[in-house]
Design a protein around this ligand. Sequence first.
Ligand SMILES: *Cc1c(COP(=O)(O)O)cnc(C)c1O
Length: 353
Amino acid sequence: MQIVIERTTTPKPKPDLDKLGFGRVFTDHMFMMDYNNEAGWHNPRIRPYGPMELDPSTAVFHYAQAVFEGMKAFRTADGRILLFRPRQNMSRLNKSNARMVIPLIDEAFCLEAIKQLVRLDQDWIPSALGMSLYIRPFIIATDPVLGVRRSSTYRFITILSPVGAYYEQGISPISIHVESEYVRAVRGGTGFAKAAGNYGGSLKAQEEAHQEGHSQVLWLDGIERRYVEEVGAMNVFFRIGDEMITPELGDSILPGITRDSVIHLLRHWGITVTERKLAIDELFQAYEEGKLLEALGSGTAAAISPIGKLAWKGRTITIGDGKIGEWSQKLYDTLTGIQTGRIRDEWGWTVEL
Ligand SMILES: *Cc1c(COP(=O)(O)O)cnc(C)c1O
């Protein structure tokens, strides 16, 4: 399929890099294509970024038949552009599609379309350390019908947003509320998919945690409310003694690409990584015994987010004196180093544009 490109005639001024924040500013162009049963995915096009008109009855507004991805493009010191493991994002998008009965995409074609879009808007990739261009592909159900059923039409869209350093004061440990009331996902549900509805449902817990001064929630499993699952929209790792433990994947855990990269790096360094069920009481017990040495969240937005405090049932523990741990720092430096071309990529993770 040929991608038709309509360039903007009114390019926007570039934003003030100090005030970027996350996902507030968008580039000059976006990618779109449509789906219907007769033509399949068709009409791929790049056009000026801007609002879309959709009928108020459009299925996605009512029943959240929608999926998304999140990935980044980085500018290296010598001016090259690198994507980080983008094929993994395309493959995960199709797993989300399958769960949400959205027609599968051609992964190679969509990656090519994203590359074309990034190339066109490459002047928007910030080159300052810690900054990048966030890429948000997503798919929405577009039938103008209120029946609760699978849509027969869809739109795939990709938008780009230059994002600032996640930690303005440098990487620093966050405080986490262990959530014992609300759950994010359950066995048989959609937790493993990047399905839009999962996130709307998580806002209340996040808001209550914020009110108590925490920056994220640690989700427990939806059945026993005992096993650790994720932290906010990040996967989670705990260092107990000389072992790193992360919850094993299942229906209710999003298989993070950063998580997979962290596991690879740690094992490469000779560290034992165990993927298993990890009970919150076991974690607090390990703390009592002085063995809980580090905790971190992993995800595209922040790469590595060290966890300094955990609050559970009225008790707050401080991990590693509230300072960033040795493994967390090394993971952060290595991951961001590979992503920005400062550290040699032994894994073939980066894709140059
Ligand atoms: C996107 C996401 C992650 C992290 O995935 P990455 O591929 O590492 O960015 C973890 N948990 C949830 C719930 C997510 O939505």
